[in-house]
Design a binder for this molecule. Structure first.
Ligand code: TYM
Length: 330
């Protein structure tokens, strides 16, 4: 059975962008693949995290995975830090990675720009992401558009290892949705919707109550036109709202245009708010049930146990090929 791996950082409330760009596809892919879905807490600490909030968010993201429809009996759901093989393989991966490759990562450039000091962890971050993927020999990695460059580096590193030490790693393929790979901010159609934006009105959090969602969508920026048509270059805001509509309702972009022909933006935005509320309400209900049931601890324990079993075999194979002597018991 082919393998799928992906991860989401527990660094603040997840957004509709995380859901549409990544989580929705996790749920879809678990039907056909052996899946590994991680809460990437080691990645989260590449920028400072308050310990209590890291603990809370780690559990919250795991619960959101399940609430979104990931079946823990079928897919492995766990915390990255519970599988130490990720960090160990990351170290080995850094020895194959050049400074120039890491310097070229646009996410690093964005996150470090204007900062007086930049942590080495933020710089090395893509090597850890490569280790996450390669330690399971994942075939497919469902992500949003912003992770594409990290995936390309992962493919290069896998190829480099294979070239140097003999065929070993699977070269993973990105799985990026056609619509919704880059959900934009509600206040600026040229910026990615992000949980780190200080303006909470710029994103829809998955746990936002219905009235908050309605208010945020009614205030979302639009253009001065009146046609609901998909044209990202000239109408980035309306195109973004249409992508959200399509992904939350199952309608195609053409069907949405047809439905709002001759109408102004007001009615479209009102309906969009209801479509988003209807998509998120069942997820929110399940989320609260799961959190209060206390089931997450056991789910994470068994997910990590299965993940460690697979990851330790790969890591041993890597170390053998690189020339590390195996430990011998006396
Ligand atoms: P993170 O936590 O920033 O985002 C999680 C996933 O959500 C997608 N995403 C979006 N998709 C569409 N529109 C948006 N506005 C939007 N914002 C976020 C991201 O593309 C991502 O798929 N480095 C990764 C986490 C990671 C990982 C991995 C992913 C660590 N190891 C191994 C895949 C495989 C990250 O920071 O994602």
């Amino acid at each position: 059975m082919k393998k799928v791996l992906s991860g989401i950082q527990p660094s603040g409330s997840l957004t509709l962008g995380n859901y549409i760009g990544a989580m929705k596809n996790f749920v879809k892919l678990q039907e056909e693949y052996e899946c590994y879905f991680m809460v990437v807490d080691l990645h989260a600490v590449t920028v400072p995290q308050e310990p209590a909030s890291l603990r809370e968010q780690s559990e919250a993201v795991a619960a959101l995975f399940i609430a979104a429809g990931i079946d823990p009996a079928r897919s492995n759901v766990y915390l990255q830090s519970h599988v130490p093989q990720h960090a160990e393989l990351c170290w080995l991966m850094t020895t194959l990675t050049s400074m120039g490759e890491l310097e070229r990562m646009t996410q690093f450039k964005d996150k470090s720009s204007g900062k007086d000091t930049v942590g080495a962890g933020l710089f090395v971050y893509p090597a850890l992401m490569a280790a996450d993927i390669l330690v399971y020999n994942a075939d497919l990695v469902p992500v949003g558009e912003d992770q594409k460059q990290h995936l390309e580096l992962t493919r290069d590193l896998a190829g480099r290892f294979n070239h140097r030490y003999g065929e070993f790693f699977t070269i993973p393929e990105p799985y990026i949705p056609k619509v919704g790979a880059r959900i934009m901010s509600l206040d600026d159609g040229t910026k990615k919707m992000s949980k780190s934006n200080p303006n909470a009105g710029s994103y829809i959090a998955l746990l936002d109550p219905p009235d908050v969602i309605r208010k945020k969508i009614s205030r979302a920026t639009t253009d001065s036109g009146r046609e609901v048509v998909y044209d990202p270059a000239n109408k980035p805001e309306i195109s973004n709202l249409m992508s959200i509509y399509a992904e939350c309702s199952g309608l195609s972009l053409a069907e949405i245009t047809g439905r709002y022909e001759g109408q102004m933006y007001g009615g479209f935005k009102k309906d969009l708010a209801e479509v988003v509320v209807a998509a998120l309400e069942p997820l929110q209900e399940r989320y609260h049930e799961i959190r209060s049931s206390g089931a997450i601890t056991d789910i994470l324990a068994s997910g990590a146990e299965r993940a460690r079993a697979v990851a330790s075999v790969t890591l041993q194979g890597v170390k053998d090929r690189m020339g590390f002597l195996p430990p011998r018991s006396k």
